[in-house]
Write a protein that binds this ligand. Structure first.
Ligand SMILES: Cc1ncc(C[n+]2csc(CCOP(=O)(O)OP(=O)(O)O)c2C)c(N)n1
Ligand SMILES: [Mg+2]
Length: 334
C-alpha cells in the first residue's frame, strides 16, 4: 500500500512536468491521461495478497495499486508509463495498458473489459485441472456493463474459479453512483446469478484481506465464483488535470477523512510494531520506487518505425513513404 501510494505521488510530480500552467495533456515525460488510485490501495493489497504468480489478474484504467500488489515488474511498468522501449509493452501502451505475462497481469482502459478475459483464464485453469484462480477488478461505474453481467452468468453456470472485485469509490468520472443505479450494495448482483457475494463497506485492508480469503479460497477449492465489492476512496480527480468542478468540498473531505494507510499504521502500532520498523518499511518502498523511476527515465525512446511492429500477426513491411493504394490505382470504381 505504501509502495503504491508513493509510486503515484512520484508519478504525479513527473506527470505535471511541462504540463503547466495551461494544462497540456500531450506535454512532459508522461504524455496522455493518468488515472491515480490514491485511496484504493486496500483493495489491491488485500486481494492480491492471496494470489500466486500463476493466478490471473485483470485491472481497469486505474491499475497501479493492483499491478504493484500482483508483483508486476516495477521498473518495466514505469518504463511503459514513460513510453520507453524497455517498457512492458515496448512503450506503446502507457499506463492504462500494462501487460506482464510473468505474473499474468493485464489492464485495459475499456471499463469492464477485463471481465471476459478473467473468465477465460478461469475456464482455462479449470480445464487444465490446476487450482489457479482469476480475479477481475472493475469500478462501480462498470457494473451495469454487459461484459460484466454476461461474465457473472457464464462464470456461475460453469462454476469457474474467478472473483470479481468491484472497487466502489462512489464516482464514475463526474457521475455519482446514486444517479446511475438504485442498487447501493453492488455485491447484491451476485444473488441474481447464484454467486457468493460480499461487500466490505470500508477500506480496512485486514477486512478486505479476510473477505478476499473466503472468495479466493472458494475459487481455489472448486466452489465457484464470487463477487466482492469494496468501498474505497477517490482522493484524486478522475484523471490528473480533472478540475473536479462537479465535486463538493465536503465530498472531497469525506474521501480524505479515512486514510487506509494511516489507519493500518495505527493498527500495527497497537499490535506492537514500532515506529522504526514502519519508517524502515517506508524507506524501502521509497527507495524501490525512486530507483524504478530513475531507471525508466534513462531508458531509450522507441524507434518510430517500431510503431508498425506487433500490430498484425504477420506484419507487412512498409517504409511509410509509399503512396496508399487508391480506388483508381486499384482499377476499382466508385
Ligand atoms: C466501455 C467504456 N465506456 C466508457 C468509457 C469511458 N470511461 C472511462 S473511465 C469511466 C468511468 C469509470 O468509473 P468506475 O468504473 O467507477 O471507475 P473509477 O474511475 O471510479 O475507478 C468511463 C465511463 C470507457 N473507458 N469504456
Ligand atoms: Mg468509480
Amino acid at each position: 500500500m505504501v509502495t503504491a501510494r508513493y509510486y503515484e505521488e512520484r508519478l504525479q510530480e513527473e506527470y505535471l512536468e511541462g504540463k503547466q500552467p495551461a494544462f497540456d495533456i500531450s506535454a512532459g515525460p508522461i504524455p496522455g491521461e493518468l488515472h491515480l488510485a490514491a485511496g484504493h490501495e486496500a483493495s489491491g493489497a488485500g486481494v492480491c495478497a492471496h494470489l500466486r504468480d500463476d493466478d490471473t489478474v485483470t485491472a481497469p484504467h486505474r491499475p497501479h495499486h493492483i499491478a504493484i500488489a500482483k508483483g508486476v515488474d516495477l521498473k518495466r511498468m514505469t518504463a511503459e508509463i514513460f513510453g520507453r522501449e524497455t517498457g512492458l509493452g515496448k512503450g506503446k501502451g502507457g499506463h492504462m495498458h500494462l501487460f506482464d505475462p510473468d505474473v499474468n497481469f493485464a489492464c485495459s482502459g475499456i471499463i469492464a473489459q477485463g471481465c471476459p478475459p478473467a473468465v477465460g483464464a478461469a475456464l482455462a485453469a479449470k480445464k487444465r485441472n490446476t487450482d489457479g484462480v482469476a480475479v477481475a477488478f472493475l469500478g462501480e461505474g462498470a457494473i451495469d456493463q454487459g461484459a460484466f453481467l454476461e461474465s457473472l452468468n457464464f462464470a456461475s453456470v460453469q462454476n469457474l474459479p474467478v472473483v470479481f472485485v468491484v472497487e466502489d469509490n462512489d464516482w464514475a468520472i463526474s457521475m455519482p453512483k446514486g444517479r446511475v443505479t438504485d442498487v447501493a450494495d453492488g455485491s447484491k448482483r451476485a444473488d441474481g446469478f447464484e454467486l457468493h457475494g460480499a461487500r466490505v463497506d470500508h477500506d480496512d485492508v485486514v477486512d478486505v484481506y479476510e473477505a478476499a480469503e473466503t472468495a479466493i479460497g472458494r475459487a481455489r477449492d472448486g466452489n465457484g465464483p464470487s463477487l466482492l465489492e469494496v468501498q474505497v476512496h477517490r482522493r484524486m480527480g478522475h484523471f490528473m488535470g480533472d478540475p473536479e468542478e462537479y465535486r463538493t468540498d465536503e465530498d472531497v473531505e469525506r474521501h480524505h477523512a479515512r486514510d487506509s494507510i494511516e489507519r493500518l499504521a495505527d493498527d500495527l502500532r497497537k499490535h506492537g510494531v514500532d515506529d522504526d520498523e514502519l519508517d524502515s518499511l517506508r524507506e524501502d518502498a521509497h527507495e524501490r520506487v525512486d530507483h524504478a523511476i530513475d531507471w525508466a527515465k534513462e531508458q531509450p525512446e522507441p524507434d518510430p518505425a517500431a510503431a508498425y511492429e506487433d500490430v498484425y500477426a504477420n506484419p507487412v513491411a512498409r517504409t511509410g513513404t509509399e503512396p496508399r493504394a487508391t480506388a483508381e490505382s486499384d482499377g476499382g470504381e466508385d
